[in-house]
Design a protein around this ligand. Structure first.
Ligand code: ZN
Length: 131
């Protein structure tokens, strides 16, 4: 397993980590199999979506903000309940096939790390399962 460290810059953001993951796979010498990416945090998440038009990431964050407004009433006293809820809606892991050392993603797909309570130093755990 490889632990990647990410320093997020904003309160909420979606960061394209596709190239970084590809480099990490090369360092691991992964050839064929599946990559499992796991976010070990309760207010961050990971997903796969379009990385060509940055407006898609903005639209996702805007839609999540409407679904789970930061200013609404929540019982969680820490003040970041909206970030916990968004992290659970998006999810904490993705699985991606690897072939000949390359992540097998669709043409428009990228791997997006989602920060919902930043800026913070975050980790992403990468495990490769080979056949
Ligand atoms: Zn909290």
């Amino acid at each position: 397993m490889k632990h990647l460290v990410l320093k997020t810059q904003a309160k909420q953001e979606m960061i394209d980590i596709t190239e970084r993951l590809q480099r990490a796979l090369r360092e691991l010498g992964a050839n064929n199999g599946v990559a499992v990416l796991f976010v070990p945090h309760t207010t961050a998440a990971i997903t796969i979506n379009e990385n060509a038009d940055p407006a898609v990431k903005e639209d996702i964050l805007t839609a999540l903000g409407k679904l789970v407004p930061a200013g609404a009433y929540y019982k969680h006293a820490e003040g970041n309940a909206h970030a916990h809820i968004k992290a659970s809606l998006i999810g904490h892991s993705v699985t991606i096939p690897i072939q000949e050392g390359k992540l097998q993603l669709g043409t428009w797909q990228g791997v997006l790390f989602c920060e919902f309570d930043g800026p913070r130093t975050r980790e992403l755990w990468l495990t490769v399962c080979a056949p």
